[in-house]
Each structure stands twice: as C-alpha cells, then as structure tokens.
Design a protein around this ligand. Structure first.
Ligand code: GCU
Length: 650
C-alpha cells in the first residue's frame, strides 16, 4: 500500500548529470547522517557517494553541531552545502532539491525563525482522526498500532523537507485507550514511531490525560499537589525515557471540553503544569500546556459570559510562575480556528512564559479538505500582527521575545494527514501542509511564493498554467470567508460537523458562540462601554482600535460589536449589503475556480485533475447553499432588499 502513496512535493528527482557524485566533509556515523545519504539517492537521480573532496556536490559539517540553519552555494565544481549540525545538513539537502527543481536563487542561506516547529496529530487508537478529512490514522488501526513504518517514514520525509522538527502522535482528547500509551507495555510501539521520526530530526511527543493516575495508575486522585500523584508521574516519565531516550514530552488539554484537569481539585493550571514539569525535567522533557480552556456549558440566555475572554482570564495571572520547561500553547484566535477571528490577546501580553502559537492545518472549520482553502495567508496575518500597533510588536517575534527560554517557543498546528494516498484528501490541501512548514521555518516568505513553490514542485506546468493554480490558492481563503463568515461572525455552521451552513445551529446551544442576530442587527458586543469588556484584554492601542466602532476593522466588526443592518462600514457599504455582496461574489468565484480547473485538464495528471474537480463540484454546491441560506436568513430578519435586485429566496 505504501508504494502507491503520493510523494507530493518530493516526487520530482533532480536530474542533473553533472552532479555525478557527492562528498561529505567531516562525516559522522549517525542516524541522521544515514538519512542524509538516503535522501541524496532519493532526490538526486545521478549522484553517487564518493571520497573525492572535489566532487560536484560537497556537503560540509562545520561548527558545534547545534543550530538548524544551512548555506548553499554554487561552486566551480557544482554545489556546496554547509551546516553546523547534521540536522542542518539534512535541511540543506532538502533545500538544494527545492531550489534546483524550482530554479530558485543561489547562494542561499537560511536559519529557522522559530525553534519548535510542530505538528499535533489528533489521531485515536481506533484509527479515526478527530477532525480528520483524509482517511484513517497513519499510526493506528482498530485499536492496534498500524506498524507500517514505511508510511511513517514517508511522512517524516515530507515533514522534515519543510523544516518540521516535532510531532505529537495522539489526540489531545485522550480517551481511555490512548491513556494507556504511557504504560510500559505500549512504549515499544511508540518507540518505533519515535525512532523513525528521529531519523529525520523530529522529536515525538504524546498527549496525556490529566487523570491518568486514576485511569491507568490505580490511584483514586490526580490532585497535582499530592505527593503520591507527583511520584506516580515521576515513575511514568522515568519509564518512558528508559525506552525512548529522545522523547520530547507531553502535551496537555486540561479542564476543557470534558477533559479532566486541576480544577477538579480546586488547583490551578500552574499547579498542574508545574507538577508534570518537575516530573519530566530530569530527562530534559517539556510540558506543552494548552490555553484552550473555557466553560463549554454556557447558557445562551446569559450575556455576561464571554468565551473569548477565557484564556486570558485564566492564564494571565500565572505569567512568570511556570517552571522553565513548561510552554503554554495558545490558539491563534480567542475562540476556535474560525476563518476570521482577531488574534488572541495573550500574544504580547504574556511576557514571562514560554509560548507556542497554535494553528490548524486540518480544515475543520475551513472546508473539510473538500472546499479549497489555502490557509497560509491567514497564518501570515497572525504572524505579522502588531500586538501594540505601531510598535513593531509582531506576534512572530513576541512569542520568542516573551519566552524566558526562546528555544522553548515556536509554532504548532493540528495536522491534516491521513491514509489517503495523497495524504490530505484534496490534492490542493497539500499546499497547506507544505506551506505550514515553510512559513514556520521562514516567517518572511509570502503566501504567493510558498504557493508557487508547491505548485512547481508538484506539477509539470508552464508558468502561465502554474499561475492559475497559484491564483486559486491565494484567493481561496477570502472566498471561503466570503460565503461562510460575514465580518467575523463565526460558527454559523452545522453543529459538531462544522461543514455546511446552519445559521442558528449554535445559537441556543452551550458552546458560547452566538451571533445574536435579531430584526435590528447582528454581532456580539464585546466593548467595555456596552458589552463583555473583552476588548480591554488587548494592548492600549489595540483596545482603542477595537473598542471604537469607527476604527474597528470591517473584517472583525461583528466579532466586537452588535450593529444595525444599516450600519455603514468603513468600506462605505451597509452591513446588510456587505453580506449580500460577499455571498454572491463568493459563490461566483467558486464557479470560476471550476472553469479554471477544467481548463487545466490537458496539462494535469488524471488523478490530480479528477481529485480536485470532484471536490470543486461539491464546493460549488456548498457555496451556493451557504449563499442562499445566509442571504435569505438576513433578508428575513432585516426586511431589507438587495440593492442590486439579485435573487434572494424569501
Ligand atoms: C475544537 C474541535 C475539537 C477539539 C478542540 C481542541 O473545539 O472542534 O474537536 O478537540 O477544538 O482544540 O481541543
């Protein structure tokens, strides 16, 4: 089965007969070095190993063995790749492959912008993947370890080629079966996975259940301040490191959406995280503690509660009080991976705590890998967001700067890969997996550059043809936003499924995600003056901007304010007209995507062509459905007709 898998952006081999041999200077015997040699034979058609320092391709290991950066130069004889560590050299080999295939510029020098570059898998032992849209888990199958290391190895190659250096391999919602992963009898299987990732310089982490001392430990409590609980975790970590010395650490979702946590014992998240951190510290491990904590049992009648406030309200008080090996992992937005949300106010505010920014590659709320939605532009907006406005306090820098140990900071994202032969379901969704790694390594790359790279590595097209796909990708986030999420009102989707329109689906539910549309207007009032006061969690400059209706950016307006349908946006349109216009435009754009894609049929391999064409057809139905439901809904509520007289069902 693994043989037929799509090798994605690594499938083109460099065919340059003049690179007939390679030589490695200061070669060491190690796992990663073997990988480098293996990759050279996989990626370069003609290169043979040689002892000749004058070979056309010379790889040199210099320096102290730390740091992931590399340099590539054109030399008289051919090419030189230099790095101070073996991991750096591996990244350099992938870099050279990319540059030669995409005809990139040399010399080229690169250092990763972020230290931790991670993917979190939400895979369950039964083989299902929470929010997975590309088939079953590559790790597990019906409560067994799948054991197909070739698939894991191919995946590790893909990740390492983009610069990823960490993975967690089980769901953050840790069910009973996965709680047992930390027990000795399962560690051999986890080790096999971790060993394959290690070949590619990737560290493996596990998600743990905070109540594990009860679920698998035979204790009757998981109270983090009790010595027997701490002792139990010390034993667990000792067992893990004995079997898996390169183990990264734990990721923890606590007191969230039904997961157990320290609140059960009237303890804080500081108590919980620090207890685990002390247990794992002797082995060099880290605790990644998620800030996705909120009350998911809200009463829609009670307007005083605001889910957006939760992470800041809970975690700010503990800034500076976490152990040095704790990292807080913060979702990009305050709610939950919507196509448009403001950035979390914790960025720039937490000043003395290691932190990781969390994105979502799997397209939970962004089209299920049926609808095309290239997410790099959205991630870039977050990285480039200035938390203080005018002070250059960009999130991409703040996460490092405000982490006492910048090596313990970085970016993580929920993964999108499964057993589907092309890994991501929709072939075009590969661009998100590729783009995530590339962007997290080099925060300065543009969304378009990344899209173009992926297209050039993946297809054989002329520049014109490639540009058509690049254009689909780079506009697709805006299009998805247009037909699903007017002015940042999220969650008008089908409950639990999170695909397709259901405007009131969450309106009277317990999840705290309401749009409050009535006959006069729509939106959640989060100002200090009239609402929940959420705006005050931002820096002064951002607070003023969001608080004031006249300066609040249009695209976030309904996240921060409840306004009449006749409210005039900064764009000059009324809210209701904006809703109509974007929904007509969004659906129309998907029809254009269909035509463009069909025009590319002669130039694409049949599998890729059909794969995307079938999905665009579904996307079109979806977009039309969203358009009609949203337009009808707001027409019925407001009684205001479309200024352009287009068809709105009443
Ligand atoms: C979302 C998602 C859940 C997931 C959660 C999380 O709410 O719908 O499936 O468990 O995020 O990030 O923990």
């Amino acid at each position: 089965m693994s043989k037929t898998r799509d090798l994605c952006w690594l499938k083109k081999r460099v065919h340059q007969p003049d690179i007939s041999s390679y030589y490695i200077k200061n070669r060491r015997d190690s796992v990663v070095m073997k990988t480098i040699e293996r990759e050279l034979s996989l990626l370069f058609e003609d290169a043979e190993p040689s002892d000749d320092a004058k070979s056309p391709l010379v790889l040199s290991l210099t320096g102290d063995g730390t740091g992931d950066g590399y340099e590539i130069e054109k030399t008289e004889a051919g090419y030189a790749v230099t790095a101070s560590s073996e991991k750096g050299l591996l990244y350099g080999v992938f870099g050279l492959h990319r540059i030669l295939i995409t005809k990139g510029r040399l010399p080229f020098k690169s250092q990763p912008d972020q230290s931790i570059r991670m993917i979190n898998h939400w895979d369950n032992f039964d083989g299902s993947i929470e929010r997975g849209y590309a088939g079953e888990s590559i790790y597990y199958d019906r409560n067994h370890f799948r054991g197909d290391m070739e698939i894991v190895r191919s995946y590790a190659r893909l990740l390492a080629s983009t610069g990823i250096n960490a993975v967690s391999v089980n769901n953050v919602n840790v069910h009973k079966k996965e709680t047992f992963f930390i027990k000795s009898e399962n560690l051999k299987e986890i080790r096999k996975i971790a060993d394959v990732f290690s070949e590619y310089g990737i560290r493996t982490y596990l998600s743990i259940n905070f109540a594990a001392p009860i679920v698998v430990g035979g204790l009757d409590t998981a109270d983090p301040l009790l010595p027997e609980v701490a002792a139990w975790w010390e034993q667990v970590t000792a067992d893990i490191y004995k079997e898996i010395p390169q183990f990264g650490g734990f990721i923890v979702k606590a007191d969230s959406e039904g997961e157990p946590g320290p609140f059960t014992y009237d303890r804080t998240h500081e108590d919980g995280a620090n207890m685990l951190a002390r247990a794992i510290k002797p082995f060099g491990g880290i605790i990644i503690w998620r800030c996705f904590v909120y009350n998911c049992g809200q009463d829609w009648r009670d307007r005083s509660l605001d889910r957006a406030r939760a992470a800041y309200d809970i975690f700010m008080a503990h800034d500076g009080k976490f152990e040095g090996n704790v990292i807080l992992q913060i979702k990009n937005g305050p709610i939950d991976f919507q196509i448009r949300e403001p950035n979390s106010p914790l960025f720039g505010a937490l000043r003395k705590t290691n932190q990781i920014l969390e994105f979502q590659i799997t397209q939970e709320y962004t089209g299920h890998q049926v609808d095309i939605c290239y997410l790099v532009p959205m991630w870039k907006e977050t990285l480039d967001f200035d938390t203080c406005y005018g002070k250059d306090a960009f999130i991409k820098n703040e996460i490092k700067k405000n982490s006492p140990d910048p090596k313990r900071s970085g970016i993580a994202a929920v993964g999108s890969a499964g057993m589907d032969a092309n890994w991501t379901g929709n072939k075009l969704a590969q661009a998100n997996l590729y783009g995530y790694g590339r962007l997290v390594w080099d925060n300065s790359l543009s969304s378009e550059e990344i899209a173009r790279e992926w297209v050039n590595l993946t297809f054989e097209l002329t520049e014109d043809q490639a540009s058509k796909i690049v254009d689909i990708l780079t506009t697709s986030r805006g299009v998805y936003e247009d037909y699903t999420c007017p002015l940042a009102v999220g969650f008008m989707c089908r409950p639990n499924v999170h695909y397709g329109a259901d405007i009131d689906g969450y309106e009277y539910d317990r999840w705290g995600t309401y749009h409050y549309a009535d006959r006069n207007g729509v939106g959640r009032e989060r100002s200090v003056a009239r609402g929940t006061g959420y705006t005050r969690q931002y820096s002064d400059a951002r607070f003023r901007e969001y608080e004031d209706l006249s300066t609040c950016p249009d695209e976030l307006l309904l996240f921060f304010h409840h306004v009449p349908y006749t409210h005039v946006l900064r764009s000059g349109k009324t809210v209701i007209q904006h809703i109509y216009d974007t929904h007509f435009a969004g659906a129309e754009k998907v029809e254009q995507y269909e035509r463009t894609w069909e025009s590319l049929e002669p130039f694409l391999d049949e599998e890729s062509y059909t794969n995307v064409r079938d999905r665009i057809k579904k996307q079109k139905e979806n977009a039309i459905n969203w358009r009609d439901q949203i337009n009808t809904y707001f027409y019925r509520k407001s009684g205001i007709s479309d200024a352009h007289g287009r068809k709105i069902y009443d």
